[in-house]
Structure formats: structure tokens, C-alpha cells
Design a protein around this ligand. Sequence first.
Ligand SMILES: [Zn+2]
Length: 97
Amino acid sequence: MGFQEKYDFSLLVNEKEKFVVKELENQLKIRTEVCRCQECVLDMVALALNHTKSVYRVTLLGSIYAQADDEVIHQEIVDAVRGAIEKIYANPSHARG
Ligand SMILES: [Zn+2]
């Protein structure tokens, strides 16, 4: 039995993910021209996460939420999300609707 089958890796989460999703939601409020279909939103989140330093955590006891109160971390997320929106908006993975 390989490790992938033996252990539950879904307990491993990148703490930055929820902050990126929240920040994307915030920024898209004023970017009504940007497509927000499933594909584009997930593309934007993936792209933004690839430009932020991962903070993985094991969530055995539900979730222990880290706070993104660190100004540097917050700015990193804001910039990564802004960049991801521009990139996907300019070059969506589907035809423009
Ligand atoms: Zn789309």
C-alpha cells in the first residue's frame, strides 16, 4: 500500500488558499468585467497561489485558522490576486463569452 492510499492527505491544507479566495472575492466586486465562471475563478486562485508562499497546515481537529494580520503577507496576497485577475482577464482559458 502506497503512502497516497495509506494516509489522508486531504487533512493537509494551504492556509493561504482561503485568504486568496477572500481577496479575489473582494477585488472582483469592483471588476465586473472579469468573467467569474468556475474555470476562470479557479484559474485565478491557482495562479495567485502559485505566486504566494505556501503555508501548509494539518487540520486534524477541524481548522485552526491562522490570521493574515501580518501586513507583508496581506500585501503579498493582494498583489498575487491582482496579477492573477489581469492575466486571466487578458487570456482566459475559454473563448470570451
Ligand atoms: Zn470564464
